[in-house]
Design a protein around this ligand. Structure first.
Ligand SMILES: [Cu+2]
Length: 281
């Protein structure tokens, strides 16, 4: 409706201004605000498409970052367009003492509705493939009844049990008979599945740089699927308030190549409280 009023009244206003010879009105007539908004939107979209974000450290963060940029590319121009229309209408028609009724414009109505549907379909088409991956929905139940992997998807290369307890994280590598405290060691470029559970209250495991976050419940298992590209040390912490020691409930996720990973597991076979990660450099 705003566009209706703006379209109808703008013409009257422009004609009136021209007849009185106002220099500002002449300039406005030569440079329509719509053209400025369109140019601004094109510049923003071009900037987003031309700008490469910091390289993602994992499949999870790559999926999230890509979706974020896609939604920004359509969300920012839309926001600018709507705010510009509001601002234009507020300034242009601030002295409309005798407002005229908006004429019926069925074509504009149809265009407006179709444009809205197109935007919503774009958002859905962008988001669904991301949200449906086992990396973003690892607890999903799929059509073949399995949980954690869609049909046909291979089992994770590495599976680690992670137990939360006020206020530590305990990671158990069952096959290697190794248990760590506040240290999670992962092989790079391999599909990893973390099976999370709690011994007491609700916690939440989050490693922001890896795009990973999952609630941890007592008496129930939840999972995280990830594949980390870059060896290095990443910070992890609990994001669910779980008592007095909650701020100290942190862990380090150390990502190393497969050889270093195997050596580290062999060196600590049988140990139950490992706090020393391998060198990730
Ligand atoms: Cu906690």
């Amino acid at each position: 409706m705003i566009f209706h009023t703006a379209t109808f009244d703008a013409g009257d206003r422009t004609r009136h201004s021209r007849s009185t010879g106002e220099p500002n009105a002449e300039r406005a007539a030569n440079k329509p605000p719509g053209r400025c908004v369109a140019s601004g939107c094109c510049a923003i979209v071009g900037f987003l498409l031309a700008t490469e974000s910091v390289a993602a450290q994992s499949t999870n963060s790559a999926l999230i970052d890509d979706l974020y940029v896609r939604l920004l590319a359509i969300g920012i121009p839309l926001t600018v367009l709507v705010l510009a229309a509001f601002a234009y209408a507020a300034v242009r028609f601030r002295r409309a003492d005798e407002p005229t009724p908006t004429p019926e414009e069925p074509v504009l109505e149809v265009v407006w509705i179709v444009a809205t549907i197109v935007v919503l379909l774009f958002v859905a088409a962008s988001a669904y493939p991301v949200l449906a991956t086992p990396y973003l929905s690892p607890d999903g139940h799929y059509s073949d009844g399995s949980a954690g992997s869609p049909p046909g998807d291979e089992v994770a290369d590495v599976e680690i049990d992670v137990v939360a307890e006020q206020w530590t994280w305990q990671a158990t590598y069952e096959a290697a008979n190794v248990t760590t405290r506040n240290e999670l060691v992962l092989p790079a470029d391999e599909d990893v599945r973390l099976v999370l559970s709690s011994r007491d209250v609700i916690h939440s495991f989050a490693a922001p740089e890896l795009g990973v976050k999952r609630n941890v419940y007592p008496g129930e298992e939840t999972t995280i699927r990830t594949l980390v590209y870059e060896p290095g040390e990443y910070h992890a912490h609990c994001t669910e308030f779980c008592g007095g020691g909650h701020p100290e409930m942190t862990a380090t996720v150390t990502v190393v190549n497969r050889e270093t990973y195997d050596d580290w597991l062999a060196d600590h076979e049988g140990d139950t409280d490992v706090t020393e990660p391998p060198d990730s450099t």
